[in-house]
Ligand binder design. Structure first.
Ligand code: ATP
Length: 923
C-alpha cells in the first residue's frame, strides 16, 4: 500500500501548483481512491512523512506531497513538515526577488512573456551566458529590459554584488567610429596620433559584469570584426596590438532600432543566437497600455507627493493613442500632463487631471471623439498599487470571460458537437446578457456607455441601409453593454487544444447561422476601429448565438434605391427631403460634381452594388438623359434587376419611394409613378446570371411563408448561392409563369402550404418536409446550385429543423405542447363531426396552419380575404359551420373568434388539398 501511495503522490505532485491546491493531496481523497479507511491511510501517510518520502502541510485540510517529485519540479526543501504552503514558499531560493524583478516590466506575463523566457535562458547558459540582441522601435523598453537583467543577475547570484554594468550608446560616436573602437577595446601607446598612453577599454571595465551596447548598428566593420573575436574566443585585442590577447568575461547585450538585414554584417548576426524584438505600443494590448499608464501615474504620484485624480477620458485618450515614440513617449506625456496640472493646482489637495492638461496633439490626432461630460475619476493615493488598479480594470470583464470559459467547457464536454449542447450554451449566453442589462456597474460607466452606444447605433444604421435589417431597439444596448464589459483586453486561449476547440466551434456556428455570423462580423469590423477593440473569435461566437435568438428581422422585398445627380448636393437634397417625408431611409444619394463622366458614375454605383445586399433589385433615379446610358457600363454578370429612371425630381422620388414602401412588385413601383409623369425609364434584367431562388408560399398571405423561409435559410449551407424568398401565393396562382418574379430570378421551385400549380416547376409541400417524406425531390431540384456535399448538409439540417415541434415553435410564439394538444382535439372533433379520418398529410398541414391561425388571431394580424367565400358558403354552408363548431374549444381557450375567411381556408385544406388523399372512415 505504501508503494502505491508513493506512486500515486509522485504522479499527482508533478501537476502540483501553488495557485490551486487540489484535494487529491488530502488523506480523505486518497482513502477514497484506494478504497481504504481514512485512519489507515493517515497512518501510512504519516509514516512516509517521517521516512522523508512525503512532505506534510499542516493546513486545513492537511496535504501530503511527494518530496522527491516536488524537489525535482521546484526546489530543495529543508523539512518534511510545514505549517502552510507559504512556509514552503519562503524557502524558495530567491523566490521573491526573481519574481519581483521581471514583473516590474509591464507585459512580462503577456506580450513580453517569451522575450523574458529567452533572456532567462540566455543567462542560464554556461560560460557567461549567450549574447542577446534586442531590437524594437525607439522607446519600446530595450534599455529598461537590460537594466532589469542586471538587477536580476545580482539578486540571483549570477553576477557578484559589485559586478560592473556598463552601457555604451554607440550613436554618440556617430561621426567618429575610430574613437568608438578605441574606447571600446582600449588602445596601446602609439596606436594612433594622440595615443600617448596605453588605455584600457570599456570591454575590460565590464569584465565579470554586463556590457550593453545600445544603437549597436553604429559599430563600423572594424569594430564588428573585433567583436567576433570576442564572441568566438572570449578574447579582445586593444587597438594597435594584435599580439597580446586579453581574456575577458563579460555578458553582452546589444540593442538597435534598425533593420537587422540591412545594417549588420550577416557574420555578426549569425554569432548572436538570441534575438528578441520588443513590441511597439501599437502591438500591445489595450490592457497593457492601460497598465503602463497607471504605473506612470503612480510614479508621478510619488514624485509630486500629492494624490492624483484622473478622468477616465484621459486614460482612454492615452490608451487609444499609438505613440510613435512608444512607451518612452507615453511616459513623457504622462509626466508633462501631471506637471502641468500640478503647476496650475498647487494649492489643491488633490491634483485633478482632465483632458485639458493633455498635450494638444493628442486631442488632435485621436480618432475618438471627446465629450465634455462629467466623467468618472480614478484616484491614485499614496498607497495605491498597480495590482489594485489592474484588478478593478479586470473585474469589469470578468463576466464575459467567465462565459467564454463556460461555453468552451460545455462544448468540449459534449464532444464538440453543438447540436447536443447548443441549448445549454445559449442559456449561459442569455444569462450573461441578462446580467449585462441589469449590471449596476453600468451606471458608473455612464459616459462611456453614451459614447459606445452612439457608435453602435450608427453601425446598426449602416447595417440597415446595407442589408435592410431591422434592429430591435434592445440590440443596440445589448451590444454596447457587451462591448463595454468586454473591454479591450486581448483574450488568449490557454493552450493549443482550446484554440482548436474555438476554431471548431467557430466553424460550426458560421455554417449553422451564416447570416447572423456575417452580420456580427460586419458590425464588429465597423466598430473595431472606433472603440479600439481587440476582437477574439469567441466574440463572434457569443454574439452570433445571442443575436440569433433575437433574429435579424429582414425587411422583406424592398429594393435598394439611389439618386444620382450632377452638382454638389442635388442628389443629397432630394433624398433628404424624400426620406424625411417618408420617415425612412429609402434613398441614398450620389452627388456628382459636373465634370464627372458617366463611366465614373457607373463605377461608383458598381462599387455600391458590391457592398450592399441587392437581391431585391436596384432602382436608380438619374437627372439627365446622358445618364441613361449608364447601364452599358454595368458588367454583364449583374445578378439583380436594375431600373434606371430618368429626370429625377423630388415629387417623382417621393412617389417611387411611397411605392417602394408599399412593397409593390418591382416594375409596378415605377409604372405607377411614371405613367402620369410620362417619363422614360428602362429596366435591365440580369441576363446571364439571374440569381437562383427558391420561393416559399402560403395561401393565407405571406406570414407562414416567411417562417418557412427562415427555417430553410437557417438550413442552407453558407457556401451555397441560393436565395430563398417568400412570395405571394395569389400572384403565382393567378399569373403562373407570367409573373414578374420569373423575369427577375431563375426560380428553381416552390415550398409552401399550398401548390400554386405552375407547370414544370418543382413544388414541395411543407407537410412533405415535416414528414421527411420527400426531401430528395427538393434536393434534386436544387442540383444546379448545390454540390452533392451541400445537398447532404442541407438535407440533414432540414430533417433536423422541420420536425413538427420545431416548425410550430418557429412559426408561433405559442406554447408548442399546448397548441399541439388543442389541434389534436380539433382533429378528433372534425373526424367525429364529418365522420371521416384525416390523412397524415392533411394533419400536418393543419397543425402548421392552425397554429399560425391562432397566433394571427391573438396578434390581430389580418389575412387576405378568401376571394370566393360567397360561392363556397352557398354550396358548403353545413361544412363551414361544422368546422367553425370544431373550433369552439380553441376559440374559448385562446379567447379568439375564427372569422369566415379562416374557416374557408381550413375547409380548403381538409377537403380540397389536391395532392392529399382523404380516407373516408368505414362507419
Ligand atoms: N515594459 C515596461 N514596463 C514599464 N516601463 C517601461 C516598460 N518598457 C519601457 N518602460 C519605460 O519606458 C521608458 C523608455 O524605455 P527605454 O528607454 O528602455 O526604451 P528604448 O527601447 O531603450 O528606447 P531607445 O531606443 O529610444 O533608447 C523607460 O523610462 C522605461 O522605464
Amino acid at each position: 500500500m505504501k508503494k502505491k501511495i508513493i506512486a500515486y503522490l509522485d504522479n499527482q505532485t508533478s501537476f502540483f501548483s501553488f495557485d490551486y491546491v487540489s484535494d487529491v493531496f488530502t488523506a480523505s481523497k486518497i482513502a477514497e481512491i484506494f478504497n481504504v479507511k481514512r485512519n489507515t491511510i493517515s497512518h501510512y501517510l504519516n509514516q512516509l512523512t517521517s521516512e522523508g518520502k512525503l512532505i506534510k502541510v499542516n493546513s486545513r485540510p492537511v496535504f501530503y506531497l511527494s518530496k522527491k517529485t516536488f524537489e525535482e519540479e521546484n526546489f530543495k526543501l529543508k523539512k518534511n513538515v510545514y505549517s502552510s504552503f507559504q512556509e514552503i514558499l519562503n524557502e524558495k531560493p530567491y523566490f521573491k526577488k526573481e519574481r519581483d524583478f521581471f514583473s516590474l516590466m509591464i507585459g512580462h506575463n503577456q506580450s513580453l512573456n517569451r522575450a523574458i523566457d529567452q533572456i532567462k535562458m540566455s543567462l542560464a547558459y554556461p560560460n557567461n551566458g549567450l549574447p542577446v540582441l534586442i531590437t524594437g522601435e525607439s522607446g519600446t523598453g530595450k534599455s529598461y529590459l537590460v537594466k532589469l537583467v542586471y538587477e536580476y543577475c545580482i539578486e540571483n547570484d549570477i553576477l557578484k554584488e559589485d559586478a560592473p554594468f556598463i552601457t555604451l550608446n554607440c550613436a554618440q560616436y556617430a561621426n567618429n567610429p575610430e574613437l568608438l573602437t578605441s574606447n571600446l577595446f582600449g588602445y596601446v601607446k602609439g596606436a594612433f596620433t594622440g595615443a600617448n598612453e596605453t588605455q584600457q577599454g570599456i570591454f575590460e571595465s565590464a569584465n565579470e559584469g554586463i556590457l550593453f551596447l545600445d544603437e549597436v548598428h553604429r559599430l563600423n566593420a572594424e569594430a564588428q570584426e573585433k567583436l567576433f573575436t570576442y564572441l568566438d574566443q572570449h578574447i579582445i585585442y586593444r587597438v594597435g596590438d594584435n599580439s597580446h590577447p586579453l581574456h575577458i568575461n563579460t555578458r553582452l547585450f546589444f540593442a538597435t532600432t534598425e533593420d537587422l538585414e540591412s545594417n549588420f554584417l550577416t557574420t555578426f548576426i549569425r554569432r548572436i543566437p538570441i534575438q528578441i524584438t520588443l513590441p511597439s505600443i501599437k502591438e500591445r494590448s489595450r490592457n497593457e497600455r492601460i497598465e503602463l499608464i497607471y504605473s506612470f501615474f503612480i510614479s508621478e504620484r510619488h514624485i509630486i507627493q500629492k494624490d492624483i485624480s484622473i478622468s477616465s477620458q484621459v486614460i482612454n485618450l492615452l490608451a487609444g493613442n499609438h505613440f510613435k515614440g512608444n512607451i518612452g513617449e507615453l511616459k513623457n506625456c504622462v509626466k508633462v500632463t501631471v506637471a502641468k496640472a500640478f503647476m496650475e493646482q498647487k494649492s489643491e489637495q488633490v491634483v485633478n487631471i482632465s483632458i485639458h492638461y493633455l498635450p494638444s496633439y493628442l486631442l488632435r490626432d485621436t480618432e475618438q471623439l471627446v465629450y465634455n461630460i462629467d466623467e468618472n475619476k480614478i484616484l491614485i493615493k499614496s498607497d495605491t498599487t498597480l495590482q489594485q488598479m489592474i484588478k478593478i480594470n479586470q473585474l469589469t470583464q470578468k463576466g464575459v470571460i467567465e462565459t467564454f470559459e463556460k461555453v468552451l467547457l460545455i462544448y468540449r464536454e459534449n464532444h464538440q458537437d453543438l447540436s447536443i449542447c447548443e441549448e445549454e450554451i445559449k442559456k449561459h449566453i442569455n444569462k450573461l446578457f441578462d446580467e449585462l442589462f441589469f449590471s449596476k456597474q453600468r451606471y458608473s460607466q455612464y459616459e462611456l456607455l453614451v459614447y459606445v452606444t452612439q457608435y453602435i447605433r450608427e453601425t446598426f444604421r449602416q447595417m440597415r441601409t446595407a442589408y435592410g435589417i431591422q434592429f430591435n431597439g434592445n440590440s443596440v444596448y445589448a451590444l454596447s453593454y457587451y462591448l463595454l464589459q468586454r473591454g479591450s483586453t486581448k483574450w488568449y486561449p490557454e493552450n493549443d487544444e482550446l484554440s482548436k476547440s474555438i476554431a471548431h466551434l467557430n466553424q460550426e456556428i458560421k455554417s449553422l447561422y451564416p447570416d447572423s455570423y456575417h452580420y456580427v462580423s460586419r458590425i464588429l469590423n465597423i466598430c473595431q476601429p472606433l472603440i479600439d477593440l481587440d476582437i477574439a473569435l469567441m466574440d463572434y461566437i457569443i454574439l452570433t448565438l445571442y443575436f440569433k435568438k433575437i433574429d435579424w428581422k429582414k425587411e422583406q422585398g424592398i429594393p435598394k434605391a439611389i439618386i444620382v445627380a450632377h452638382g454638389y448636393a442635388t442628389a443629397s437634397s432630394i433624398s433628404n427631403v424624400v426620406n424625411r417625408l417618408l420617415e425612412k431611409e429609402i434613398f441614398e444619394a450620389f452627388d456628382m460634381p459636373l465634370e464627372t463622366t458617366t463611366k465614373q458614375i457607373s463605377e461608383e454605383i458598381i462599387n455600391y452594388c458590391t457592398q450592399n445586399e441587392l437581391s431585391n433589385g436596384l432602382i436608380i433615379l438619374v437627372d439627365m438623359g446622358s445618364l441613361r446610358e449608364l447601364y452599358q457600363f454595368f458588367p454583364k454578370q449583374i445578378e439583380t434587376p436594375i431600373i434606371v429612371v430618368n429626370n429625377v425630381s423630388t415629387p417623382l422620388a417621393l412617389s417611387i419611394g411611397e411605392n417602394i414602401q408599399k412593397k409593390l412588385p418591382f416594375e409596378e413601383m415605377i409604372e405607377q409613378s411614371v405613367d402620369s409623369a410620362k417619363l422614360d425609364w428602362e429596366i435591365i434584367y440580369p441576363q446571364e446570371n439571374r440569381k437562383k431562388v427558391l420561393l416559399t408560399v402560403c395561401q393565407t398571405g405571406i406570414g407562414t411563408a416567411r417562417q418557412i423561409n427562415q427555417l430553410l435559410e437557417k438550413s442552407l449551407p453558407v457556401s451555397c448561392d441560393l436565395k430563398i424568398m417568400p412570395y405571394s401565393y395569389e400572384s403565382l396562382h393567378v399569373n403562373k409563369k407570367d409573373d414578374t418574379i420569373f423575369s427577375v430570378y431563375d426560380v428553381l421551385g416552390i415550398v409552401g402550404t399550398e401548390n400554386p400549380n405552375i407547370e414544370n416547376l418543382m413544388y414541395v409541400s411543407l407537410e412533405e418536409l415535416i414528414s421527411g417524406q420527400d426531401t430528395n425531390r427538393l434536393m434534386d431540384g436544387l442540383s444546379s446550385v448545390m454540390t452533392k456535399e451541400e445537398k447532404d448538409l442541407f438535407n440533414k439540417r432540414i430533417i433536423r429543423s422541420f420536425s413538427l415541434e420545431k416548425v410550430i415553435q418557429s412559426v408561433t410564439i405559442l406554447d408548442t405542447d399546448k397548441v399541439i394538444h388543442e389541434i389534436e382535439d380539433f382533429f378528433r372533433e372534425i373526424e367525429f363531426l364529418f365522420n371521416l379520418l384525416l390523412g397524415n398529410n392533411v394533419k400536418i398541414a393543419l397543425y402548421v396552419h392552425i397554429s399560425c391561425l391562432i397566433e394571427r388571431l391573438i396578434r390581430n394580424i389580418p389575412i387576405e380575404t378568401y376571394s370566393q367565400y360567397d360561392e363556397l358558403a352557398q354550396c358548403h354552408q353545413r361544412e363551414l359551420s361544422l368546422i367553425k363548431k370544431a373550433f369552439s374549444v380553441i376559440e374559448s381557450d385562446y379567447s379568439v373568434n375564427v372569422p369566415n375567411s379562416e374557416v374557408a381556408y381550413v375547409y380548403d385544406i381538409i377537403f380540397k388539398k389536391s395532392d392529399i388523399s382523404m380516407i373516408e372512415s368505414d362507419f
